[in-house]
Structures are given as structure tokens and as C-alpha cells.
Design a protein around this ligand. Sequence first.
Ligand code: PLP
Length: 392
Amino acid sequence: MKINGHYLELQDSYLFSTIAKKVAAFGESHPEAEIIRMGIGDVTLPLCPAVVEAMQSAVAEMGQKESFRGYGPEQGYDFLREAIAAYYAGNGVSLELEEVFVSDGAKSDVGNILDIFAQDNQVLIPNPVYPVYLDTNIMAGRNVRYLQADASNGFLPMPDETVDADIIYLCSPNNPTGAVYNRQQLKTWVDYANQKKAVILFDAAYEAFIQDSSLPRSIYEIEGAKTCAIEFCSLSKTAGFTGTRCGYTIVPLALECGGTKLNRLWLRRQTTKFNGVPYIVQRGAAAVFSSEGQRQTKEAIAYYQKNAAVMAQTLQKMGVWFTGGTNSPYIWMKCPAGYSSWEYFDKLLEQAHVVGTPGVGFGENGEGFFRLTAFGDAEKTKEAMRRMEALG
Ligand code: PLP
């Protein structure tokens, strides 16, 4: 027996466990402190009534012999794929049903998609970014090159024509920086990918937070994207599905490599290794796209966006440099007074009793930066901002 030795090349993921340990230790030694958590990227508002009702009736259907369902189609029920395609049509993107694959979330698909690519691909990954892109490539033993994201490019790296690439990860709105590519920037990426015959793996998990209608919510709003991009999306942050689990991936039929459609490879992969999302969850997911579901989920997003606005206003008042906060649930701030990410974490915890995420945990370029999330309670968010401002 031999193990996949590439797992030993992974860096231990200390970030959230170190945060939890530090917060627990501080809480024990300061039991009177009211700690406000703005670190973890999980939602706090419940599923909306339209989703709950749809799932309750699906449970009732499953309890009756006449309407019970066993295995469903691996790539999702048509009622949900149709709802997703209609949602894209609302943004001016037309999709064939077979281009839509329903899954248990974007994390699985982002990791699993690597099954359909050869080992010796050159991979470009932004730094800093959602750590799953890097770790899944290290597990597969692939060659990774970083796209340097920093304050000088607003944490939105652009292609370098002199660098070759086969697989390119883009995340917009970005986790952790909250930065969003505009149309022109995405067009530059799409042209680069088509020219290099590369594929863009576009993570749109936070598209629902885009308020500015001039910004693209899907890469397919950009001409030429269907021949070079796969898009991942999720209901986790859109509709509070972090614990319910449902997402979707778009693999256009026009996306080919040497005459082979990537759509066919992904279908083969999913039908072989995945048995579909529970019927009950898919009914809940379809309700997100109903007119009532859209109205209710937008209310929850507006609640988080208000938090983000409060945070952004505070940082502006403090004269702190930051990205995100308007079209994203994340705020990515420069640590004041030249503090390192962890130094600022400690200061904020000890002196303001506020918890955030050290930017360096998302990649080397995150050093000296800090991520705050808008997913918390509105009153607590305001209180946390008052404390941060007082701290200076
Ligand atoms: N993509 C990004 C950029 C994320 O930040 C996250 C979750 O934090 C995911 C994907 C995972 O989404 P899901 O819950 O659908 O697996």
C-alpha cells in the first residue's frame, strides 16, 4: 500500500483552530468580556419561509407511497435545473438544461472538477484566496503558480501575457478580499484564456451580494466565456444553505479540449461518483428561485449588506484602507499602524473583544491585512464597530 504523498505537502490548516483556541483562552481568563465574532464566514439568519414550506411539503411527499422518490438524476431534478437556468436568463445569460449540474455545494465541485483534468496542467491561483483551490491542487500533485493580488491592483490580479496557463481560478466577489472584477477586467481574462486554450474556474459563490448592476454576476455575461469557463455557484450565502447544502456548476457545451466536450466528462464524473442532492433539499433550493423566495432571500442579503455598510463607514471614518463591503459580505482591511495580521488579531481580541480573521491565513499576500464578515447580528456589528473606532 502506498499513500498519496502529496497530502503530506499540505500545510496544516491552523487558521480557524488557532483563532478558536485564542478566543477560548481569552474568554476563560476574561469571563466578563462580551466577545463579538466577526471572523467566520458562516451565515446567521435562518432559511426563509418559502424554502421551509417547500421542504416541509417535500418531506410529506417522501412519506407517502404514491409520491415517494428514491435515487434521483445525479445532475439534479429538471425542476431545479430549469429554475437555475431561468435565474441566469434574468441576468441575460441563456443556458441549456444539460449545462446545469446541481450539487451539494461549491466546495465539493471546486475540488472534484480536478478529476477531469490531466496532471501536467499549469495552474494559476490568486494569492490571497479561498484556500480550497490551492489545497486541492496540492493533493493532486499539480504545479501551481500564484497570481499576485495586493493593494496595488486592488486585490484583483490581471493576466500576464508572458505567462502560460491551463487552469485559472478566479473568485468574484472574492473571499477573502470582497473585491469584484468589472466587465472589462473579466473580458481581459476571457480573451487571455481563449488565446491560451486555458479554462477559467470561476467561483461566483457570492454573486448574490452584487448591488452595482454594472458588475457581472456571472462570467457568462462576458462574450467568449462559454468557450473557456466553468462557473461554480452556491446557495450557501445566497439563501443560508451552509448547513442544508446545495450548489450548482455550469459547464457550457461549447467548452471543448481537443474536440472533447468538458460537459460530457463532468457528466461522466458525476454519474460515476455522485448520487445527487436529496429531493427535499432540491425542492427547498427551487423555492429560492421562486418570486417569493427571491424576495425573502434578498431581504436577508440586505440585512447583511447593511452590516457591511456600517463596517465600511467606520473604516472610512478611521481612515483605514479596505476593499469589499459594498458588493460583498467581506471587508478586507489594512491593519492599522503597521500591525501584522496576527498582532492586530490579538490587539482587537484583547482590547476590543472583537474577533476577525488574520489575512495571512489566506496566503502570504494577506500579511498585514484582516478580514471582517458582515454575517453577524446587526446590533453586535454596530457595537463591534464602536469598539474598533474607539481603539483607533
Ligand atoms: N467558494 C468560496 C469562495 C467560498 O468562500 C465558499 C465558502 O465559504 C465556498 C465556495 C463553499 O461553498 P459551499 O458551502 O457551497 O460548499
